[in-house]
Design a protein around this ligand. Structure first.
Ligand SMILES: *[C@@H]1O[C@H](CO)[C@@H](O)[C@H](O)[C@H]1NC(C)=O
Ligand SMILES: *[C@@H]1O[C@H](CO)[C@@H](O)[C@H](O)[C@H]1NC(C)=O
Ligand SMILES: *[C@@H]1O[C@H](CO)[C@@H](O)[C@H](O)[C@H]1NC(C)=O
Ligand SMILES: *[C@@H]1O[C@H](CO)[C@@H](O)[C@H](O)[C@H]1NC(C)=O
Ligand SMILES: *[C@@H]1O[C@H](CO)[C@@H](O)[C@H](O)[C@H]1NC(C)=O
Ligand SMILES: *[C@@H]1O[C@H](CO)[C@@H](O)[C@H](O)[C@H]1NC(C)=O
Ligand SMILES: *[C@@H]1O[C@H](CO)[C@@H](O)[C@H](O)[C@H]1NC(C)=O
Length: 363
């Protein structure tokens, strides 16, 4: 009663209207977007509109308490704030699920915690399936289920900003499935169901590569142009023209081109590993310095080289070069790690200069 009288007396100067509301109301104060009401049946209502906040402050900058049915509300809030996170969706016995190998999954990691915005998750024990990982935004276990019959049991810890934590046990059962039932290999690749992570391998027909045979080898650069794929040390040359460096032989269409001294010169590319090569691209420096024709030799070990011949023939295959980019298919794909480009004819009285890229698939 005292409280109500207090508010009514203030309302005379601060609140524009203090009116009797609906019949059930004993008192209702309406200020724009704020409503305080005490109702006949005992309901006390404090309401703000326009997304305003409601503050209950016992004493401004003081040490007063807000009591709730005899309990200090602040003390209750402190206790809650000091509790570790509580797992949702996962009981104390843990979480379990069964998944087919090769399928993509995302298991949410959710906890209740006053600091829930900043809770993080860590694997603390157990056998975590390869192919899955713990990722954030939102926190979850995500990835491709390993294609094997197995049971993985592991523990994930939820930690809040005060490093209070709660652990939950996960049990994930994975099932080996025949991946080849679905069409996994493109371009008529042969599918082989295996027990590896991916669950299958593809044997690609000539001309196609990559894990699912979707890479067209004659359109895929082996990376001579890219120093992060084929480092400088993998380019070398024999009888280079004065100041010319083997790495100038990378196809860049700008800058210096590699120049040989004569028709005995060659530029060598070490692809780093065995590859199937379908196509070669060369570009000359300018209308004076370019290669008109060249030949290719190749090797697996860098010591013994074979020359590329015409198809089903013992005569050496001649490749055409030009001032601008010139693509030349090999008579048939070769398998090699080392390839040498031998300039044969060029403008007489000058030098053979060019840059090169090769196209194919890694083996
Ligand atoms: C009290 O009355 C109001 C209407 O005046 C009603 O909205 C409210 O639900 C009632 N409360 C209870 C506990 O009956
Ligand atoms: C209350 O304390 C805060 C800092 O804790 C200060 O900024 C504010 O001015 C104080 N208010 C009053 C009314 O003393
Ligand atoms: C299929 O894979 C298995 C195991 O990875 C291997 O032993 C087998 O030779 C493969 N079969 C074919 C046809 O590639
Ligand atoms: C690349 O290979 C595909 C398939 O073998 C063929 O259809 C295409 O014509 C080839 N492209 C070039 C530029 O050789
Ligand atoms: C060069 O290769 C690296 C590594 O594979 C790749 O990230 C980069 O995009 C390539 N650069 C160009 C220009 O293709
Ligand atoms: C042509 O290219 C060669 C080799 O890079 C260079 O030495 C020469 O100056 C160039 N000539 C012209 C006219 O650009
Ligand atoms: C080359 O020889 C193979 C068999 O070794 C044959 O199948 C193919 O038709 C021949 N190609 C040409 C162009 O003669």
């Amino acid at each position: 009663m005292a409280l109500i009288i207090g508010i009514t007396s203030i309302s005379l100067c601060l609140i524009t209207s203090a009116i009797a509301g609906s019949p059930g109301d004993v008192l209702q104060l309406d200020y724009p977007n704020v409503k305080i009401a005490a109702q006949k049946n005992g309901t006390f209502l404090g309401q703000s509109g326009q997304n305003g906040d409601i503050y209950i402050q016992p004493k401004r900058n003081g040490s007063g308490t807000v009591m709730f049915d005899g309990y200090d509300l602040q003390e209750i809030i402190d206790i809650i704030n000091n509790m570790p996170p509580i797992w949702r969706l996962h009981g104390h016995v843990g979480y379990s699920g069964t998944f087919e190998g090769g399928s993509g999954i995302a298991i949410p990691l959710e906890v209740l915690d006053p600091e829930s915005q900043d809770v993080r998750f860590e694997l603390v024990a157990g056998d975590f399936p390869t192919g899955l990982s713990i990722v954030k935004n939102p926190w979850r276990i995500q990835g491709i289920v390993p294609d094997e019959d197995a049971i993985f049991t592991f523990t994930i810890r939820a930690l809040d900003t005060s490093d209070k934590y709660a652990d939950a046990v996960f049990k994930i059962e994975t099932l080996e499935v025949d991946q080849c039932v679905r069409e996994m290999c493109h371009n008529n690749g042969q599918c082989n169901n295996t027990n590896t992570l991916r669950g299958f391998t593809c044997t690609c027909p000539t001309g196609y590569g990559g894990p699912t045979c979707d890479v067209s080898c004659n359109r895929t650069a082996l990376g001579v142009a890219n120093a992060s794929v084929i480092p400088d040390a993998q380019l070398s040359a024999y009888l280079s023209r004065y100041l010319s460096k083997a790495l100038d032989g990378r196809l860049s269409r700008t800058g210096n081109h590699w120049c040989g001294e004569n028709a005995n010169s060659w530029l060598q590319v070490d692809l780093g590993s065995q590859a199937q090569i379908f196509l070669i691209e060369t570009a000359g420096a300018n209308s004076t310095f370019y290669v008109k024709t060249y030949t290719l030799s190749y090797s697996t070990d860098g010591t013994t080289f074979d020359i590329v011949n015409d198809l089903n023939s013992t005569s050496v295959h001649t490749f055409q070069g030009s001032i601008s980019a010139e693509y030349q298919s090999l008579p048939e794909p070769i398998e090699a790690r080392f390839v040498r480009i031998h300039p044969k004819t060029y403008k007489s009285g000058y030098y053979p200069c060019f840059q090169v890229e090769m196209y194919g698939c890694c083996l």
